[in-house]
Design a protein around this ligand. Structure first.
Ligand code: HEM
Length: 192
């Protein structure tokens, strides 16, 4: 599939996400034993078409895969790595977003996409108590640094993307709003 009108039709509201995105205005707020740490960051997010998947002969999902690699500005070292999929089901309008991070934590979040005036806004959320759109984590993380909820809002306007993720943690015996946000520019539409 190489014709972009065909791709747009196939991937529906996920189409604007496809590409290689770069941004250097990131800000991470993460937990410390006695407070919080704010870390400016830069990152690359690569979002590529996968195709479609049919489930139980009834459900068709269109799917993109992504890889997000985040580096701390202070030392240039990668300090966050995230992979997963974006899913869209035409029949229900549902948008799903999955993530796995190398702390042994995975999330499947559910939401929707709204298109208006050339912009597309995505919002997805997961809560630990939800059997489907919830969180899986190792027993260590469950006991010591548990993820209780996850919300992400993303806006794509042409070749610009902005996002904010809020990860609700229970760590060091307190609740902590771990947040990450950035603005990115699309560098290319490789692989389509
Ligand atoms: C751009 C995105 C993100 C960045 C840059 C980032 C960065 C960080 C940093 C710097 C810490 C503190 C680590 C330490 O104290 O050693 C941290 C902790 C943590 N993050 Fe993230 N994070 C991101 C997204 C996420 C997401 C999406 C999740 C899960 C849904 C998550 C889950 C956690 C957990 C569970 C901890 C606690 C571990 C600990 O401090 O011992 N993070 N993160």
């Amino acid at each position: 599939m190489s014709d972009s009108a065909q791709m747009k039709d196939f991937f529906g509201p996920l189409f604007p996400l496809i590409g290689k995105w770069e941004g250097d205005k990131g800000m991470d707020v993460s937990p410390e034993k006695d407070g919080e740490e704010m870390s400016p960051y830069f990152e690359t997010i690569t979002i590529e078409p996968v195709g479609d998947a049919t489930n139980a002969a009834e459900q068709t999902l269109v799917v993109l895969s992504y890889k997000q690699i985040v580096s701390r500005k202070a030392d240039g070292q990668v300090f966050h790595h995230q992979t997963g999929y974006w899913y869209f089901e035409k029949k229900t309008g549902e948008v799903l977003y999955s993530l796995t991070i190398p702390r042994a934590v995975s999330v499947l979040a559910k939401g929707s996409a709204k298109e208006s005036g050339g912009k597309t806004e995505y919002e997805v959320r997961a809560v630990a108590s939800d059997k489907n759109y919830g969180i899986i984590e190792s027993s260590f993380m469950g006991a010591k640094a548990s993820t209780k909820g996850f919300t992400m809002r993303v806006t794509v306007d042409g070749d610009k993307m902005q996002y904010k993720m809020n990860t609700a943690l229970r760590i060091y015996d307190r609740d902590f709003d771990h947040s990450d946000e950035n603005s990115l520019n699309r560098k290319d539409l490789a692989h389509i």
